[in-house]
Design a protein around this ligand. Structure first.
Ligand code: GLC
Length: 554
């Protein structure tokens, strides 16, 4: 289907506000800091900016534990700052996208404070409460996504409450119509402020099974992942159709759901005319090292064909109906240049290689802050240095499963969400120009050479490559509407595909390996629109080389 919406022909830039730009010297970024950088963001072709949560929150999970859905956390500024950001963005043709965290609230949200008081109060049924087993233990053996039991006992109420994530993030009871009403009202509050869309957090967990049972233990702790017991429970789409009708319909916005647990094959039920969201972040391509859930010490080496198949499956699933949000990074993932490439790979070439895929697949490219600079992982020497709550959970799990402290820390180095959360590297100045105070999370040491100011000056930089690709995508119709076809499917070094519209055919080929990779001669027919090496390849792609060719079909 032809792309007709504004959000299909633009890139989206994801901001982790706490780490983006601090205008007050507090060590944490703020909304004014985003407003200050709007022209920079515009230069990347971003028509929308998705902000991870900026609401009042105790910050146990950096804002994904919300205590008021209609306010702004004082560290980020005020509601007036948000209104200014929306207005300034609008002047530049950009829209602000809010993050809706509706599976759970903070345990300090007034709703929860009331709910936990008794079994009879007005909000007693707003969360998921259960009695202990006969021996006093948790109602089921489910492990929360951040590790440890998914149940916590409340002395006050004398019952356990369920939390898919941290103890401080109790799950809401979507079966209760009053809960849904309250959530829809909050989203409508932001629509009235003029936001351009929503990213909807952890949405596959909102529906729970009718009966709660123990699962088969999957690790030494005798527990089973809550994900395996509750993700994508049948009936979930009924809630979401109501959500769509009550909030999204009739607005010129986009919605993108975070949907761990939905497979590419199921995508048509979720997106498109008859679905519930405009787009869905599914996880198959970022979870290539895993066979089951994302347990860091169970990561396995993966063949390139696994990544290619995952991407191709999503492309096919959204070919006729729906639309795909293309992403390789976000605030929950390690930096892509470390994650998707062999150790020791040249990071600048790796960043350009993924960028070529990001901008030429069919869908809307989502750029995560710093990805456009090729920012890299950190490797701190103690688990105590890590802020990320899931790093601590995964570290403990690895120790429990018999790994040494060094090994457990190695898994954290590779996967920690803090890798993506270190402050944005603006300049070579102190703290990378992010703050005049002390940054809440240390800046990656490589900021002296890897920063936006340096890349601005260097025309061969990752930043300039992003800008070039963003322009190509905006100006070449085949990159918007062209039909996707995977090429060289069995090749374990090269990911290649074409996008065809009428007589125009755009071909992308990326060598994911650090060795030369032979390419069929006819591939290089036509004009080279972009490439990560200064000159064109001849018979093979050089290590990590990316090329984009345009060819006219006879
Ligand atoms: C999502 C968010 C993640 C958060 C979790 C709980 O996965 O992206 O950052 O920790 O939900 O809200």
């Amino acid at each position: 289907m032809k792309a007709t919406h504004w959000w299909q022909n633009t890139a989206v830039y994801q901001i982790y506000p706490k780490s983006f730009n601090d205008t007050r010297g507090k060590g944490t970024g703020d909304l004014r800091g985003i407003t200050e950088k709007l022209d920079y963001l515009k230069s990347l072709g971003a028509g929308a900016l998705w902000l991870t949560p900026v609401y009042p929150s105790p910050m146990v999970d950096n804002g994904y534990d919300i205590s008021d859905y209609c306010g702004i956390h004082p560290d980020f500024g005020t509601l007036a700052d948000m209104e200014e950001l929306i207005a300034e963005a609008k002047k530049r043709g950009m829209r602000i996208v809010m993050d809706l965290v509706y599976n759970h609230t903070s345990d300090e949200h007034p709703w929860f404070l009331e709910s936990k008081k008794s079994r009879t109060n007005a909000k007693s049924d707003w969360y998921i409460w259960r009695d202990a087993k006969e021996d006093g233990s948790a109602p089921t053996n489910w492990r929360g996504i951040f590790g440890g039991s998914a149940w916590t006992y409340s002395e006050e109420r004398g019952q356990y409450y369920l939390h898919t994530f941290a103890e401080a993030q109790p799950d809401l009871n979507w079966e209760n119509p009053e809960v849904r009403e309250a959530l829809f009202a909050a989203a409508n509050f932001w629509l009235a402020k003029g936001v351009g869309g929503f990213r909807i957090d952890a949405i596959t967990y909102i529906k729970k099974p009718a009966v709660f049972t123990d699962g088969e233990p999957d690790a030494a702790d005798g527990m089973t992942s809550v994900h395996d017991m509750t993700a994508n429970t049948p009936g979930i789409l009924d809630f979401l159709h109501e959500f769509r009708a009550r909030v999204f319909d009739g607005h010129d916005i986009f919605t993108v759901g975070e949907a761990n647990g939905v497979t590419p094959e199921e995508l048509p039920l979720w997106v498109g005319e008859n679905g519930v969201f405009s787009m869905l972040f599914e996880f198959s391509h970022v979870l290539v090292p895993y066979e089951g859930g994302e347990c860091w010490h169970k990561a396995l080496p993966w063949p390139l064909t696994k990544l290619k198949r995952a991407l191709t499956a999503s492309q096919h699933a959204t070919a006729k109906e729906g639309w795909f949000p293309i992403y390789f990074e976000n605030h929950d993932r390690a930096r892509s240049v470390n994650y998707f490439f062999p150790k020791g790979a040249d990071k600048k070439l790796a960043a350009k290689a993924l960028a070529a895929v990001l901008f030429t697949l069919r869908g809307t490219p989502f750029i995560y802050e710093g990805e456009e600079l090729g920012m890299t992982n950190v490797a701190w020497d103690s688990i105590d240095a890590y802020d990320d709550i899931s790093s601590h959970g995964q570290y403990a799990l690895a120790l429990e499963d018999g790994f040494s402290k060094e090994e457990a820390l190695g898994f954290v180095h590779f996967n920690s969400r803090d890798n993506a959360r270190t402050p944005m590297q603006w300049t070579a100045e102190r703290h990378a120009g992010f703050t005049s105070g002390t940054p809440w999370l240390p800046v990656n040491e490589n900021y002296r050479t890897l920063n936006a100011a340096a890349e601005e000056k260097d025309t061969d930089s990752v930043l300039h490559f992003y800008r070039k690709l963003a322009k190509l995508r905006e100006t070449i119709p085949a990159l918007l509407d062209g039909v996707y076809e995977e090429l060289l499917e069995e090749n374990e070094q090269i990911y290649a595909f074409s996008r065809t519209l009428g007589k125009a055919r755009i071909k992308t080929a990326v060598n994911f390996s650090t060795k030369d990779a032979a390419l069929p001669a006819d591939f290089l027919r036509g004009t080279r629109l972009a490439g990560s090496y200064a000159d064109a390849p001849t018979t093979s792609l050089r290590p990590l080389e990316a090329v984009i060719y345009e060819e006219e079909i006879q």
